[in-house]
Design a protein. Structure first.
Length: 337
């Protein structure tokens, strides 16, 4: 557990006003995002069957919350999702979406092994979105254009929140910058990836860090972990803001162009998990039965926290926290829900 206690922190909104602001941000932003990216809201599962291979493996070490089901055989394990990265691509095919059409949903997940701090909870709530593109559009240009569109949506909701809650908004940068993980390692080879992200976020205020998952040239290690079977490691990244109240970077979105047949084979090999190619989702992808897509997740509580200048994610979502963390937050005027 790690906790930042900002000096002289006093929230500008009451708990009830904060709850009203949360509703406004969530409902308004998803409408803006859907319009800009041509997305339709669809229902989404909270859990999937383990044997389908649809759950997000994250870094490969996190334990999903799992259970059996009375109506099914006991060896059919059900897992609460970590994210819907793979499920969305399958849904686009199943529901007959066309070129440049997409879906989004309100994804709720449990990540039981999350390291808790001001930004991280075991409860994850995000807008998970996915959109069909052509194979020739699997380019860095497509990725950057989409990032700029999402950034424009965030800036639009910032303006709307400012009108409604003028004294309670943390104002964001007006432009987003782009940098690769290799460029960060070349520039700051002697510090950790986390420290590099903090440095570039403080410098640029808003930045998209590209190419996450593959090994870097100097260290021979990935900048950060990425499952090998949804993002293409050469065409993905994270949207990060510098968050002045906590003197830290804040990640708002992880996203990317999804793997093709070729990049899936390559990344499964690099990750030493080629056995996943036998799972139903992976077989469909390798057989060319799924559309090419771009997609990602945008943190709902993170966006509310960012725009409202909150010091702890527990001020904008109801979750479970250690008693000592709750006590420290209360002493520092953080109103944990």
């Amino acid at each position: 557990m790690s906790l930042i206690l900002p000096k002289d922190y006093h929230p500008t909104l009451t708990v009830r006003d904060t709850e009203a602001a949360i509703v406004f941000i969530r409902e308004s932003f998803q409408a803006i995002l859907a319009d800009k990216l041509n997305l339709q809201r669809m229902s989404a599962p909270m859990f999937v069957e383990k044997k389908t291979g649809l759950n997000d493996n994250l870094n490969g070490i996190e334990r999903p919350v799992a259970f059996d089901m009375k109506a099914m055989p006991k060896d059919d394990t059900i897992e609460i999702v970590h994210s819907l990265a793979k499920w969305k691509r399958l849904a686009l095919k199943k529901y007959g979406f066309g070129m440049h059409e997409g879906l989004y949903n309100n994804m709720n997940a449990i990540r039981r092994d999350e390291v808790l701090d001001n930004f991280h909870s075991i409860y994850v709530d995000q807008w998970d979105w996915e959109k069909i593109i052509s194979k020739r559009e699997r380019t860095e240009e497509t990725l950057k254009t989409t990032v700029k569109t999402i950034f424009a949506a965030i800036k639009e909701i910032e303006k709307e929140v400012t009108v409604r809650y003028p004294g309670s908004v943390y104002h964001l940068a007006d432009e987003i910058h782009f940098v690769t993980t290799q460029e960060l390692e070349d520039r700051w080879p002697d510090i950790s990836p986390e420290e590099r992200e903090n440095k570039i976020a403080k410098e640029d205020k808003a930045v998209f860090i590209m190419k996450i998952g593959d090994k870097l040239k100097r260290s021979g290690k990935p900048h950060d972990g990425r499952a090998p079977d949804y993002d293409d490691w050469q065409l993905n990244g994270d949207i990060i803001f510098w968050y002045e109240p906590l003197q830290q970077k804040m990640e708002i979105s992880s996203m990317g162009i999804r793997v093709s047949e070729e990049s899936l084979r390559e990344q499964l090999k690099k990750a030493h998990c080629e056995e996943r190619a036998k799972l139903p989702f992976h077989r469909m992808l390798l057989n060319g039965e799924l559309p090419y897509t771009i997609g990602g997740g945008i943190g709902q509580s993170r966006l509310c926290m960012l725009l409202l200048g909150k010091a702890h994610i527990g001020e904008v979502q109801a979750s479970v926290w250690p008693k000592d963390m709750i006590a420290k937050c209360e002493q520092d005027h953080m109103q944990i829900l």
